[in-house]
Design a protein around this ligand. Structure first.
Ligand SMILES: [Zn+2]
Length: 178
C-alpha cells in the first residue's frame, strides 16, 4: 500500500452548468479524456466530487496520481467539479454546492481515517494557482464540529451596524480617492 501523507483538494475549473445533466462517472470519463489527451496514463485525480454530491473514483488510490507537481508520490488528489474563474482566496460557497460540501467532508473523513497522518491541503498551497478556489485550511477550521452542542435559548445574533474597521476603510477610500 502506498504511504499517504497528503490529501490535495483541486477543482475542475469548469462553469457551474458544465455537464450538469451527466452522471459523475461521465464527468470522470471526460476529465480522463483531457488528461490522457496530454499523454497521461489516466485521469490525474483519485476522486471526483460533482455538484450533486456524487463521489466517483478516478485513478485508483494505489497508483501515484498526477495533480500536484512534486507532491504526487505520497498523496491523494480530489477534484471538485466547478471553480471556473476563481481566485485562491474565494470562499467555498462561492463556487460549490452544499451537497458537494457534505460529500467532500464525508470523503475527507473516510480518507483521514484510512490514512491517519495525512494532511489535507489545497493545490494553491504548493503552486501559484487559484485551485481549488478557496483556502483549505480556512475551510477546515470553519467546519462545525459534530460534537458541538447548541445551547438552547442562546441567540447568536451579531450586530449588523457598520463596524469600526468598515468606517475606517470607507474614510481611507475617500482620502485616497479609490
Ligand atoms: Zn489543482
Amino acid at each position: 500500500m502506498r504511504q499517504i501523507t497528503e490529501i490535495f483538494i483541486h477543482c475542475s475549473a469548469t462553469q457551474p452548468k458544465w455537464m450538469a445533466a451527466n452522471s459523475c462517472q461521465q464527468k470522470v470519463e471526460e476529465i480522463r479524456r483531457w488528461h490522457t489527451g496530454k499523454g497521461w496514463s489516466d485521469i490525474g485525480y483519485h476522486f471526483v466530487v460533482d455538484r450533486q454530491g456524487e463521489v466517483c473514483v478516478g485513478r485508483p488510490v494505489e497508483r501515484v496520481g498526477a495533480h500536484a507537481k512534486g507532491h504526487n508520490k505520497n498523496s491523494i488528489g480530489i477534484c471538485l467539479i466547478g471553480g471556473f474563474g476563481s481566485d485562491a482566496n474565494d470562499k467555498f460557497d462561492e463556487h460549490y454546492t452544499d451537497l458537494q460540501r457534505k460529500a467532500l467532508d464525508n470523503l475527507l473523513e473516510d480518507l483521514t481515517e484510512k490514512h491517519k497522518n495525512a494532511k489535507i491541503r489545497g493545490h494553491n498551497e504548493v503552486s501559484n494557482k487559484a485551485c481549488p478556489a478557496f483556502q483549505v485550511e480556512e475551510y477546515l477550521n470553519g467546519q462545525p464540529k459534530a460534537t458541538e452542542d447548541t445551547e438552547e435559548g442562546s441567540s447568536s445574533t451579531t450586530p449588523t451596524g457598520p463596524t469600526l474597521v468598515g468606517i475606517l476603510m470607507g474614510l481611507l477610500r475617500k482620502l485616497t480617492g479609490g
